[in-house]
Design a protein around this ligand. Structure first.
Ligand SMILES: Cc1cc2nc3c(=O)[nH]c(=O)nc-3n(C[C@H](O)[C@H](O)[C@H](O)COP(=O)(O)OP(=O)(O)OC[C@H]3O[C@@H](n4cnc5c(N)ncnc54)[C@H](O)[C@@H]3O)c2cc1C
Ligand SMILES: NC(=O)C1=CN([C@@H]2O[C@H](COP(=O)(O)OP(=O)(O)OC[C@H]3O[C@@H](n4cnc5c(N)ncnc54)[C@H](OP(=O)(O)O)[C@@H]3O)[C@@H](O)[C@H]2O)C=CC1
Ligand SMILES: O=C(O)C(=O)Cc1c[nH]c2ccccc12
Length: 439
C-alpha cells in the first residue's frame, strides 16, 4: 500500500531512514524543483527568501554536478563574474574577474548553505505528468539508497518514489547529457576514447597524438590544455565556428556586447563584434576556422551555438601546435581517416561534441517544451508553462539568463502560494466558525 504524507514540509531532510523503504508516495507542500545546478539553487534561494517550502530532486550526490564532476580542471568562467552570480548574493570581492571553476563551486556551496538549501540527492526523475483531473503533477523517481548496514556492506539499493505537487520547476539544464556521435570504425580504433565531460587535464598525455573532435569552447580549451602538457592535438572542425577575443582592448567582449545591445539591434552588434574580432585576431579562416554565415550572438540565441571566447588556443593554432583538420570519415585501428582523404595516426580521442537537454526523456508534455528539450517560447518568455509548470536555465544566455528566470519563476510561485494559503486560511476559519456555532 502507498502511504501518502500530506503537507509535509521539505520532508526529505527529516526522514527516518526506515521511511526510505516504506514511504513511496509523497505529497509535497510547494513546488518540486528538478536539478540542483545553479538554476535550481537560484529558484530555491528566491523561494526560501519568501518562506515558500519546496523540495529539490537531484540525480547526483552533490549540488552543481556539471561543475563538480563533468568539467576539466583548468576551466574558468568565461564571462566576467558580474554576469555569473546568482540572485541576492554577489561573488566575494576578492574573486578575480573570471573565477576558476573551484571558486565558482565554493560560491555555490556557500550559496546553498546561506539559504539552508538541502536537495534530495541520488534521486533521478524518470517521468513527470500532469494529472488534469486533480490539477496535480505526478513525478516518478528512482532513488538510490545505501543498503542497510551502511558502507561496510557495500552496494546500493534502488526504490521508486512518486511525488505529488501543484507545481514543477524544470532546472535540469541545457547540458544535462553528453552528445556522443556514432563514427564508422570507432569500435576497432583501439585507443582511448572519452567525452570532454570526463577530461580533467592533459597530465599523462605528454607525447601523445590526440584527436579532439569539435571546436566549441570545450574542444578549443581541451586542445590548449593538451598543448600545455606537451601532447600533440589535432582539432576536428567539420563545419564553422565564431572565434571572438575574450577581451577587446582590455574590456570583456561579452560586457561590450551587452552594452551595445542596449542601443543597437542584434545584427549591428554582431557586425561590430566581427569587425573587432577581425582587427584583433586577424583572418582566422586561413587556419581552417571558417565563420558561420549568421552572426555570433544571433547564432547563440537562435541555435544555441556558443561562440568561442578565445583564451589562447588560437595562438597555438597559429603556431601549428594545434593542427586544425576537417571532418571525420571513419576510424581505423590506431588511425582516423578524414573527409579530405588524409589519414592520421592517433593515440587517443576526446569527443568535445557538446551536450543536450534531457527534458523530453522524462517530461510527459509536448506543449511547453520542444522535441529538443528547450521551451517553445523564446527568451524572455520561456519560463512559464501551464498548470504550474516552469523552466529555469533554458534561455541560451548562460548563468545570467538562469538568474533572470529564477527571479521570474519564484515571483510567480510566491504569488500563487500566498493566494492559496490565504484561501486555505479563510476555509479553515469558516469551518472553525461553523464548529463553534454548533455548541
Ligand atoms: C564546460 C562548461 C562551461 C560553462 N561555462 C559557463 C560560463 O562560464 N558562464 C555561463 O554563463 N555558462 C557556462 N556554462 C553553461 C552552463 O550550462 C551553466 O553555467 C550552468 O551550469 C547552467 O546551470 P543549470 O542549473 O541550468 O544546469 P546544470 O548546471 O546542468 O544543472 C542541472 C542539474 O540537474 C540535474 N539533473 C539532470 N537531469 C536530472 C533528472 N532527470 N533528475 C534529477 N536531476 C537531474 C543534473 O545532475 C544537474 O546537477 C558552461 C557549461 C559547460 C558545459
Ligand atoms: N567557461 C568556459 O570557458 C567554457 C564554456 N563552455 C560552454 O559549454 C557549452 C558546451 O560547449 P561545448 O562542449 O564546446 O559544445 P558545443 O555544442 O559548443 O560544440 C560542439 C562541437 O562539436 C562538434 N561536433 C558535434 N558532432 C560532431 C561530429 N560528428 N563530428 C565533428 N564535430 C562534431 C560541433 O560541430 P558543428 O558546429 O558542426 O555541429 C561543435 O563544434 C557551451 O555553451 C560553451 O560555451 C564549454 C567549455 C568552456
Ligand atoms: O558559456 C555558455 O554556455 C554561455 O551560455 C554563456 C554565454 C551566454 N551568452 C553568450 C554569448 C557569447 C558567449 C557566451 C555566452
Amino acid at each position: 500500500m502507498h502511504d501518502i504524507c500530506l503537507n509535509m514540509p521539505p520532508m526529505v531532510q527529516t526522514f527516518d531512514p526506515e521511511d526510505l523503504f516504506t514511504r513511496r508516495c509523497i505529497w509535497v507542500n510547494g513546488p518540486v524543483i528538478v536539478g540542483a545546478g545553479p538554476s535550481g539553487l537560484a529558484v530555491a534561494a528566491c523561494l526560501k527568501d519568501q518562506g515558500v517550502p519546496f523540495i529539490i530532486l537531484e540525480r547526483a550526490n552533490c549540488i552543481a554536478s556539471l561543475w563538480q564532476n563533468r568539467t576539466y580542471d583548468r576551466l574558468k568562467l568565461h564571462l566576467p563574474k558580474q554576469f555569473c552570480q546568482l540572485p541576492n548574493v554577489p561573488f566575494p570581492e576578492d574573486f578575480p574577474e573570471y573565477p576558476t571553476k573551484f571558486q565558482f563551486i565554493s560560491y555555490l556551496e556557500s550559496y546553498a548553505k546561506h539559504f539552508s538549501i538541502a536537495p534530495q540527492f541520488n534521486e533521478t526523475v524518470q517521468s513527470a505528468k500532469y494529472d488534469e483531473t486533480f490539477g496535480l503533477w505526478r513525478i516518478k523517481t528512482i532513488r538510490k539508497i545505501k543498503k542497510l548496514g551502511g558502507l561496510s556492506s557495500g552496494g546500493c539499493a534502488e526504490c521508486e518514489v512518486e511525488y505529488i505537487c501543484r507545481s514543477l520547476v524544470v532546472a535540469t539544464g541545457e547540458n544535462s547529457e553528453k552528445v556522443v556521435p556514432e563514427f564508422e570504425g570507432l569500435g576497432e580504433f583501439g585507443g582511448h576514447v572519452m567525452h570532454a565531460c570526463d577530461y580533467k587535464s592533459g597530465e599523462g598525455y605528454g607525447g601523445q597524438k590526440v584527436l579532439v573532435v569539435g571546436c566549441g569552447n570545450s574542444g578549443m580549451e581541451v586542445s590548449l590544455d593538451l598543448c600545455n602538457h606537451n601532447a600533440n592535438p589535432s582539432l576536428v572542425v567539420r563545419s564553422s565556428v565564431h572565434v571572438l577575443p575574450r577581451e577587446v582592448f582590455g574590456k570583456s567582449t561579452f560586457e561590450l556586447a551587452v552594452t551595445l545591445m542596449k542601443r543597437f539591434p542584434l545584427w549591428i552588434v554582431d557586425k561590430i563584434l566581427l569587425i573587432l574580432a577581425r582587427l584583433i585576431l586577424g583572418n582566422v579562416e586561413k587556419y581552417g576556422l571558417k565563420r558561420p554565415s549568421v552572426g555570433p550572438l544571433e547564432l547563440k540565441h537562435t541555435a544555441g551555438k556558443t561562440p568561442v571566447l578565445d583564451i589562447g588556443a588560437l595562438e597555438k593554432i597559429r603556431s601549428g601546435k594545434i593542427k586544425v583538420v576537417p571532418g571525420i570519415r571513419r576510424f581505423l585501428p590506431g588511425k582516423v581517416e578524414l573527409v579530405d582523404g588524409q589519414v592520421l595516426q592517433i593515440d587517443s580521442v576526446v569527443l568535445a561534441t557538446g551536450y543536450h537537454s534531457n527534458v523530453p526523456s522524462w517530461l510527459k508534455e509536448d506543449d511547453f517544451f520542444t522535441n529538443d528539450g528547450t521551451p517553445r517560447n523564446p527568451f524572455p518568455n520561456g519560463w512559464r508553462g501551464k498548470g504550474g509548470l516552469y523552466a529555469v536555465g533554458f534561455t541560451r544566455r548562460g548563468l545570467s539568463g538562469a538568474s533572470l528566470d529564477a527571479i521570474n519563476v519564484a515571483h510567480d510561485i510566491v504569488k500563487s502560494w500566498k493566494e492559496e494559503t490565504k484561501q486555505k486560511r479563510k476555509t479553515v476559519a469558516a469551518r472553525h466558525r461553523r464548529c463553534i456555532s454548533h455548541f
